[in-house]
Design a protein around this ligand. Structure first.
Ligand SMILES: Nc1nc(=O)c2c([nH]1)NC[C@@H]1CN(c3ccc(C(=O)N[C@@H](CCC(=O)O)C(=O)O)cc3)CN21
Ligand SMILES: O=c1ccn([C@H]2C[C@H](O)[C@@H](COP(=O)(O)O)O2)c(=O)[nH]1
Length: 291
């Protein structure tokens, strides 16, 4: 995890003060690459608590093709609530609390359909990009044509980005199968991210794509290989600087490991199939999210 801490330190020391859409202000660099060997452990930060249950819920929601916050909210996961909540407050002028908004999303299906929808975001594009189930195709391709160089999934649909609550930040990923002498072939994954909230978002994204690699490997019979991140605008929000400094003073613990119980298909996993082992971490570092 030293690689993530060095990345944060680079933004802190070399980053340029840049205004941003949310009005928060950032320090940013353009262009960064991080690599993790999934054989060496599961890349969940140990220098603060990272909320794995929320990450699992979000990824399974993407895999299910979900674009409405309702199933997340029902599991107590609020990471996507801010955007629909703001839309509701602006449209109605009602000063509803987050708790009351989430309660209505859970209790009233019509309300959820109207106000909990994020538009054609990740889940939609992964499972139904103009009629193409990109994930089903990916699994078939990995199984039957492993050495293809076209194992690519795109969430960036130019004709639909304006209809999304937030255009995709991690907008594409590619898989790669590699032969290993005296061992099972390995499945690696690289994801592209145009905009990177390095303190709050990236730890989620790293764990989420690591988990996706484990699930794909489980479905295709490969061992998890390397995970690569390629970032465009990599930033630290001004109001995360203190938390970043605290984190940089902490010494990482050994990484946890992850095991997966096999499910009938990529679309049948539940949180009960996913087991995180030996996760030792420093205390949580709360920080405000820029909306
Ligand atoms: N500015 C911004 N950063 C993001 O990372 C981000 C967005 N917006 N918008 C869409 C999604 C939502 N994601 C989120 C949203 C919230 C947390 C968050 O608040 N995490 C906290 C606490 C989680 C909890 O325990 O409830 C954390 O400490 O990691 C993380 C990722 C990632 N994305
Ligand atoms: O998975 C995600 C989703 C979002 N983010 C961050 C990156 C930016 O800080 C904001 C998005 O704002 P834009 O103006 O659309 O770039 O959300 C992330 O890091 N990871």
């Amino acid at each position: 995890m030293q690689t993530y801490l060095s990345y944060l330190s680079r933004i802190l020391h070399e980053g340029t003060r840049t205004p941003d859409r949310t009005g928060t202000g950032t320090l940013s660099v353009f262009g960064a690459h991080l690599s993790f060997d999934l054989q060496q452990g599961f890349p969940l930060l140990t220098t603060k608590r990272v909320w794995m249950r929320g990450i699992v819920a979000e990824l399974l929601w993407f895999l299910d093709g979900g674009t409405n916050i309702c199933p997340l909210v029902e599991q107590g996961v609020s990471i996507w609530t801010d955007w629909p909540l703001r839309r509701y407050r602006e449209a109605t002028g009602e000063a509803i609390s987050q708790d009351d908004f989430e309660q209505r999303i859970c209790d009233d299906a019509d309300f959820a359909a109207e106000w909990g929808e994020l538009g054609p975001v990740y889940g939609k594009q992964w499972r139904n990009f103009d009629g193409v189930d990109q994930l089903a195709r990916l699994v078939e391709g990995l199984r039957f044509n492993p050495h293809s160089r076209r194992h690519l999934v795109s969430a960036w649909h130019p004709a639909q980005v304006d209809a999304m609550a937030l255009p995709p930040c991690h907008y594409a990923f590619q898989c790669h199968v590699e032969s290993v002498p005296d061992g099972p072939d390995r499945l690696s994954l690289m994801w592209q991210q145009r905009s990177v909230d390095s303190f709050l978002g990236l730890p989620f994204n790293m764990a989420s794509y690591a988990l996706l690699t484990h699930l794909l490997a489980d479905q295709t019979g490969y061992a998890p290989g390397m995970l690569h991140f390629s970032g465009g605008n990599c930033h630290i929000y001004e109001n995360h600087r203190e938390q970043v400094r605290t984190q940089l003073q902490r010494t990482p613990y050994a990484l946890p490991t992850l095991t997966v119980d096999t499910a009938p298909s990529l679309f049948d996993y539940t949180p009960e199939h996913i087991h995180l082992h030996d996760y030792t971490h420093h205390p949580a570092l709360p920080a405000p999210i820029a909306v």
